[in-house]
Write a protein that binds this ligand. Sequence first.
Ligand SMILES: [Zn+2]
Length: 245
Amino acid sequence: MLYLFIFILGSILTSFYMVVATRIPNNESIVKPRSHCDKCHKQLKWYELIPILSYFIVKGRCPNCKNKLSILYPLLEILGGILFLISFLKFKISYDFFLSIILSSLFIIISITDFKYYIILDSVLIVSELFIIIINLLFKTNFLFYLLSGLLMFMIMLLVKKLGDILFKRESLGGGDIKLMFVIGTILGLKLSLVSIVISSFIALFYALYSLYILKKEEIPFGPFLVLGAFITLLLKNSILSLII
Ligand SMILES: [Zn+2]
């Protein structure tokens, strides 16, 4: 029962994150108007707002204009539920659980905004950082250490960007990636953040090859990979720490 509750919570929050990630970049309000069909703008009824299920209730089409709805919506909601469930299975209700939830949420939102618009929203990073501070206060951690880790990660990324810009003679890392790494630094601390960048770069490299040779696209967003690497690092924290110390 509890597992089901955590899964549903993850998918409900994910459907809210999708609203945030698609409306804010277009300067639309996230509260008004209520969710509507992108094509005919008809407001959705309550049963069309149930995460995952509503897609199947309306058979993947807007009941009003029969416009096809993206399969990505229910898939992302399922993914959100799974990420929340993994977090709970791994950490139960603990400090790491809340960090894992924040990373799961960031992963959903940043994947949408970075793949779709090549941006990482400042507002999303600021709200995440506020939650991180609250969690650190609740669990009475040494937040100064995490704050300094975040600042150091920020400076390292800035340095990498400057070097990359000179080396490749074009924008190598976006400003959003650098700010995101500050947030990840305050979540993971210095050592684990460095490990997470290695993991992220490794996954991003595979995606870059796929993108370049299959999709024929040169520009790839790095944000989703940074968050994914951080999420994996947090899950494997104990094994990684025992390896590097
Ligand atoms: Zn419609």
